[in-house]
Write a protein that binds this ligand. Sequence first.
Ligand SMILES: Nc1ncnc2c1ncn2[C@@H]1O[C@H](COP(=O)(O)OP(=O)(O)OP(=O)(O)O)[C@@H](O)[C@H]1O
Ligand SMILES: [Mg+2]
Length: 242
Amino acid sequence: MLKSANMPNPLLPICISGLRLIRGDRAVLAGVNLTIDEPGITVLMGPNGAGKSLLLRSLHGLITPDQGRINLGSLTVADSRTEQAMVFQQPVLLRRTVLQNLAFAAPKTAKTDRQRLIQALESVNLLDRADQPARMLSGGEQQRLALVRALLGEPALLILDEATASLDPASVLLIESLVKTQNVQGTKIILVSHDQGQARRLADEIVFISNGQVAEQSPADRFFTEPRTPEAKAYLAGEIVV
Ligand SMILES: Nc1ncnc2c1ncn2[C@@H]1O[C@H](COP(=O)(O)OP(=O)(O)OP(=O)(O)O)[C@@H](O)[C@H]1O
Ligand SMILES: [Mg+2]
């Protein structure tokens, strides 16, 4: 668990080598080699079906790849689970109130600390919803709750898979601001986004995935001005990439 932004992140570097995942008769991850060693925000981009979600699910330990290795710092995926959090495009909330969802997920120290839970709800403008059933929140409200719940444990790594897709602009900016603050406080952020505006606002580096492989890994400013691969050029130009 992170205590300070000045401490080295225990889950870095993230080293992924030779990662293969077969689904049906196809390698949907076809030998992914990727090293992420910078503490900033890494944005995964790439066309639909490229393998972004499967890669992040493998990193989070939700899928066991058929071949290859993942290390996070000196840890395996299994040993790093408690230091990681993931937020999905469709938030997974319990059939409880908003506040209970937070309390249930909070680490023991925070669980008893009602004040901390209240502050967390306030930070995403959900305090007035505290006693409502969480599943009756709107999509954007649920997403804000899922994010603040993920952050309560102060994870060393936060993974977001299209967590702001279909949210209104104010909710998107609120979530982006929370993500940036959390990164400054020491949490490594890896997120998937198809939103080029968002990627430009947030990314320190871009990892471009195509056909189950890493096609390109570049500092964000260079990726947007001089994408190196034809696939990335076509993607940024809005062409169909297969
Ligand atoms: N259980 C499965 N059986 C067969 N194919 C699968 C299975 N799960 C995923 N796939 C395929 O793996 C490929 C990669 O899926 P993935 O969800 O990682 O794509 P993605 O890059 O996240 O795309 P998107 O941008 O649409 O979210 C897709 O072509 C998908 O159809
Ligand atoms: Mg996906």
